[in-house]
Design a protein around this ligand. Structure first.
Ligand code: DX5
Ligand code: ZN
Length: 219
């Protein structure tokens, strides 16, 4: 996978937690490329979701690529547990309380891909010093914390600006969007320069998950 490939990553947050193995299998059968796992600590965001045990459960249930999004205040402190749990890519927030360059370095040193996220209100300048140290840039298209929120189109300016910097500096990171993604907002996000679409409600809660994923992929 490189940044020219369209990647659809259903968010487990919208799955039926009483049947995680079945839900992951359903996503894989429906054409998911990656599984997106939203880790929330009740401090960095106003919600608590799950931790490394859930990542390990999904890792044991499937071979699908695990895209782990840490919405936690101290990603440096918990990092090793998420590495050990079987993550393939770990994304940390630039706004969190850690040495960003050091955390990214540790993720890559463990043989994983490293992602860096920024909230809608955070300017692109905050992540610019790290763009040569990442495999993925996550531009949040909602204020993180909850699934089912409305897409914020103003974030697309940052997506386009990030894609321009990537081209000018000859870098090669994915650009992921997360929050309020369906076939309509995916079309706008692809056009702006994003290639990885995280989608929770519009995939897991669709009447036909395979059709929903295909609609996003071909948006
Ligand atoms: C938001 C999470 C998202 C969320 C997306 O805090 O990071 O991944 O699950 O959910 P939908 O697709 O329902 O907006
Ligand atoms: Zn997420």
């Amino acid at each position: 996978m490189n940044f020219h490939d369209r990647v659809i990553a259903p968010s487990l947050l919208a799955a039926d937690f009483s049947n995680i193995g079945g839900e992951v299998a359903r996503a894989v059968a429906a054409g998911a490329d990656w599984m997106h796992l939203d880790v929330m600590d009740g401090h960095f965001v106003d919600n608590i979701s799950f931790g490394p045990a859930m990542v390990q459960t999904v890792d044991r249930a499937s071979d699908i690529f695990l895209d782990v999004h840490l919405m936690i205040s101290r990603p440096d402190h918990y990092l090793q547990r998420f590495i050990d749990a079987g993550s393939d890519l770990i994304t940390v927030h630039v706004e969190a309380d850690h040495d960003v360059a050091e955390t990214l370095r540790r993720i890559r040193a463990a043989g994983l891909q490293a992602g860096l996220a920024l909230n809608p209100a955070t300017p692109l300048a905050a992540v610019e010093p790290f763009l040569d140290q990442i495999d993925l840039l996550l531009c949040m298209t909602v204020v993180p914390g909850f699934g089912g929120q409305a897409f914020m189109p103003e974030v697309l300016e940052k997506v386009t600006a990030a894609a321009e910097i990537r081209q000018n500096k000859n870098l090669s990171f994915h650009i992921e969007v997360d929050g309020g993604i369906d076939d309509v907002t995916a079309a706008r996000s692809f056009a702006a320069g994003a290639n990885v679409m995280v989608a929770g409600s519009s995939t897991f809660r669709a009447p036909d998950m395979a059709a929903a994923i295909a609609a996003i992929r071909h948006a």
